[in-house]
Design a protein around this ligand. Structure first.
Ligand SMILES: [Fe+2]
Ligand SMILES: [Fe+2]
Length: 368
């Protein structure tokens, strides 16, 4: 049976309700200079009044569970053998396939630095419950690990790092996605961005929606597929294995971010304005289409720009359902049903014959 690992149900394991309310500990300052015990109801996603340094009582136990799950997927890029990739790149890939490979890495590596900075500098400091911040601290580390992974692939294969790293600046179709992300995220990077202002709060929710749902949930989730398409033909399997580990992190990042958006909207009695969402989807689709036409300007066996865009629209609808907003592209079909398999590294899914399915940390790779 096909496991749609990524089509998670937010009412299941990670969506548990708070275990119990705050205890009735003594309140009020004591004679020795203590302060009042924390009340769980003071905790909020943003603008909370609880003690940011005190983990329990949990108001968001699902966030702690994300932290525990994140720790079950750990590797370093040095553990994966890249020798065959060096041979494949120089002796087996066609010019079109090398173009795909290099530009996907060029896009991803810059995107992951942007992701690290957005979570670490813009989002994390605005979260006012420690269980949320702790998972985001893990996420910041993971984004740095992803950057190392891409750099390791680029260096192992012997690509010109300066040239590859500059592509996001000089290639308009790659720059377009990064520029859109910067425009959507930059405003909330300011530490003085006042979230008690309702318009700012809506802006923040929309910005986080863009980041979790589109940037991580669609662009990243679907961003690995050109290289997975090579892997399915037995090419660049080391790089693909590295990307499978990254993809597992990204699935959790997206799931966590969507959960935060849902909780934030409920807690703040906020609704994302439909026209603003429409604009967001349309901009994201246009940027992705330009990118897909560039990296896939020549089709390769089993993959082309049309398939990439069909899959983008299909995944976008899934993400919209997970947030609880209207599907942006009704009727989009699942053009690449094998993509969801890539999010799941279980042993029985060893159909690409890579080592990744046999490598586990803590024997704890149960994700659904
Ligand atoms: Fe990442
Ligand atoms: Fe991420």
């Amino acid at each position: 049976m096909t496991t749609h690992f990524d089509d998670w149900d937010l009412s299941s394991s990670v969506a548990t309700e708070p275990r119990k309310p705050a205890s009735s500990s003594p309140s009020g300052a004591s004679a020795s200079g203590g302060v009042a015990a924390i009340n769980v109801s003071d905790k909020r996603i943003v603008n909370g009044k609880g003690d940011i340094n005190q983990l329990a009582p949990f108001k968001y136990p699902w966030a702690w569970e994300f932290f525990l799950k994140g720790n079950r997927n750990h590797w370093t890029p040095l553990e994966i053998n890249m020798a065959q990739d060096v041979h494949d790149y120089h002796h087996k890939l066609t010019a079109a396939e090398r173009h795909i490979f290099e530009n996907v890495l060029a896009y991803l590596t810059t995107s992951d630095i942007l992701a690290m900075r957005n979570i670490g500098l813009a989002v994390m400091e605005k979260m006012s419950a420690p269980e949320l911040q702790i998972y985001q601290a893990r996420q910041v580390y993971e984004e740095a690990l992803h950057t190392w992974t891409y750099q390791h692939c680029i260096e192992s294969i012997g690509l010109d790092q300066t040239e590859v790293y500059n592509r996001y600046r000089v290639v308009p179709e790659i720059h377009g996605k990064i520029a859109l992300a910067n425009r959507r995220l930059d405003k909330v990077l300011r530490s003085d961005f006042d979230l008690t202002d309702r318009a700012n709060l809506h802006e923040f929710a929309l910005s986080y929606f863009f980041f979790a749902v589109i940037f991580e949930g669609c662009w990243f989730y679907n961003g690995f597929t050109p290289i997975f398409a090579l892997q399915r033909r037995g090419l660049m399997k080391g790089t693909a294995e590295q990307l499978q580990y990254i993809m597992r992190d990204e699935v959790l990042h997206c799931a966590f971010g969507i959960r935060v958006v849902r909780e934030l909207l409920k807690e703040e009695n906020l609704t994302l304005e439909p026209q603003a969402l429409r604009t967001l989807w349309d901009e994201a689709e246009a940027a992705e289409r330009a990118y897909a036409r560039y990296i896939l300007r020549d089709s390769v066996l089993g993959y082309n720009a049309d398939l990439h865009m069909q899959q983008f629209r299909f995944i976008a609808n899934r993400r919209a359902r997970q947030v609880g907003v209207d599907e942006p592209f009704p009727g989009a079909e699942n053009a690449l049903p094998w993509l969801d398999e890539q999010a799941n590294l279980r042993k029985e899914k060893n159909f690409f014959e890579t080592r990744v399915t046999e490598y586990q940390t803590g024997g704890a790779l149960q994700w659904d």
